[in-house]
Design a protein around this ligand. Sequence first.
Ligand SMILES: O=C(CO)[C@@H](O)[C@H](O)COP(=O)(O)O
Ligand SMILES: [Fe+2]
Length: 228
Amino acid sequence: MAVQISPSILSADFARLAAEAEAVDGADWLHVDVMDNHFVPNLTLGVPIVESLSKATGTPLDCHLMIEDPDRWAPQYVEAGAGSVTFHAEAAAAPVRLAREIRAKGARASMALKPATPIEPYEDLLPELDMLLIMTVEPGFGGQSFLDIMLPKIRRTRELISKHGLELWLQVDGGVAESTIERCAEAGADVFVAGSAVYGKDDPAAAVRALRAKATDATASAAWACGH
Ligand SMILES: O=C(CO)[C@@H](O)[C@H](O)COP(=O)(O)O
Ligand SMILES: [Fe+2]
């Protein structure tokens, strides 16, 4: 699969969300960080804003729910127009039922792991998912430094995806920038969230192109991608 870039609007101007979506024209997704001040110590936005944004942009929304009780809330984000909905493994009471509900409602189902959550207990769940998100910072804030110690988990997850012959996408989120994206791609990621490395730049669309070029080159020479 071709590399995909998902700029995070957490680093955008929330008063100008439609324009900020336009500013990354050419991005594959718009990453929307939903935080409830319980699962993470920060508060952002909810269903009504996702619904308005989905009507205002043609770019599909990749909603990352950093909230408690995603079993209750995630389906509402599908109804609000999200193309992909990610819930946290640490927060979901019934991840298989929730993934099936998200898919049945017509969105891609994705599950996220915080840095201290291992992938191995979830191996048997992977066929239920369209994407697995490995957090490369502790969730809650943009602009943090990339955690290199997550690279082995990305590699192990890529190996599980290959072992089971899955079409699962592997997303990384947190501290992804021109200086770190190649390491993520070499380790096996193929969907890249970037907030400050896109919206912190004068030309966000150019930043997306630069990230895509680096990730594409790194993927082409990565062992895991041979014949991918
Ligand atoms: O989910 C989160 C943070 O919890 C992310 O999506 C951030 O928005 C990424 O921001 P940068 O680290 O790229 O600045
Ligand atoms: Fe995120």
